[in-house]
Design a protein. Sequence first.
Length: 533
Amino acid sequence: MQTRLARWSRMGRAELWRRGWWPSGAATAAVSRGGCDAEAERRRPTQRAWRGWLLVGLLLFPLGVYAPAVFHRYGFRDDYAVLREAREESGKVFQFCAAQARPLLGWLQEHSFRLADGIDDLRWLRLTGTLLLGVVTATLFVLLRRAGWAAVEAMLVAALIVVLPSAQLIASWAVAWPLAGAVLLALAAFAWAERGLGRREGRAWALGGAVVLMAASALTYQPSAQFYCVAMVAVAVTRAGRPQETWRWLAGHGVVAGTGLALAFGLMLAVFAAGWLPESKRVAVEADIPGKLAWLAGRPLQNALATIVLNRQGGAPAVGWTALLTGAAIAAGLARRGWRAGWSGVAVAGLAAAGTVVVNLAVADRWPAYRVIFALAAGGVVLLAAALSELGGRRAARGVLAVMLLVGAGLAARQSFGLVAWPQGLELNLLEAGAARIDPALRPSVFVLTPHADEHAAVSRYGDEFGSLTTDSYWAPKEILKHIMRARYPGMPDVNERYRFECGHQLPPGRTYDVVIDLHRVRGYRPAAARER
């Protein structure tokens, strides 16, 4: 026994800790620095490899969810118009978007669609948006980790955000791929600002770069620029320190984000005043702020708090109940955190969350679309994750978030395909079948019977986003037919001038046409159970 004790005493505490014979808590204070550093060095390559594979998984996660919709053959309403105008009417797409104070969106759409050779190539633009969503996922994970979030929670939250209904539209619409780029610009602006506010050396360059990135995000798509505040919420719920420092941190980021938005708005006002670009009537500031707040607190907030549950035309009870539960969980979690750690941090997190709707509040538009509440819904997910951890601990929070992610990924895959890709592909197929009867040599008259909005083939519909029709407008069937005829007769440049086109919900009385394409048939493809609603 004495010999064994002597041998242990000669080993030293570092060696005893390495072999598991010394308590780990005491080892932290007792072992030599060299022993700990050696153990850390042995573990570092494995940790680095796991981090790398995790980031790769996050980058590819959206593609795994949205691949069926991405590679399906279809277009969605504006896809067809932008596809033709980018090639035949140079500058039109840019001017249209710039008139709404989104010049970068117009430039990106015009130059990217110019590379597409037809309807089949729209999938590559959808793939671009989906891959950018993967970059958003990885970026959010890194930002959450730097803010002090545990790796599992950071991974679940980042992945959950990119299966929200707003993200489903980015992956499903070819014209929407720049919206993911605008989100990335806003997150990059926050990272630069955080770096500038945290150090004195190079502060001016970092903050100046953050302002420029924020302005670029707003000039691409203003609602996406609000993701700056999503990152603020993620940091605010974990930030520790004196209340004065926290409030200074909030003020610093508020100045950076506000300056970026003001720079973008002022630049476009100057361009409009100089007459360089026409100004859309949609560029207007909200005059009734109380009324706008009441509107935001209605359907937009409900849709955002419903997280992965999609609304439908006329409302869905599940959306209301999910929003109520999410709101109650967030309120209870923040209240407990305020009672336990002080109300200053809770107030800062609440103000940062309010920033996710500042652009929606300022503009005069009142459109309860999912594509404009992406930041609000993402901020809700971050607050929910923090609240669940506060109420039930990390293990419970991870369980709830994991279930939400599994269900949300399944819903995202099903909805992006079943409510967007498949019904739009069906309309395209019906038009192609009708176009097969058009002989340009005969210069026929063509009439397209357009469906009504409620004749959609999808099981449900919400606004002009999910389950809606493309061909219920007067211009979309004409645009689609142009692409179809050009693909059928590639050697005939004037093919679309060799037939007379008309469309409407019904045939004009007393008129006859050589070719009639009936798109009312699209309703017959709707599942019987959904048709009875």
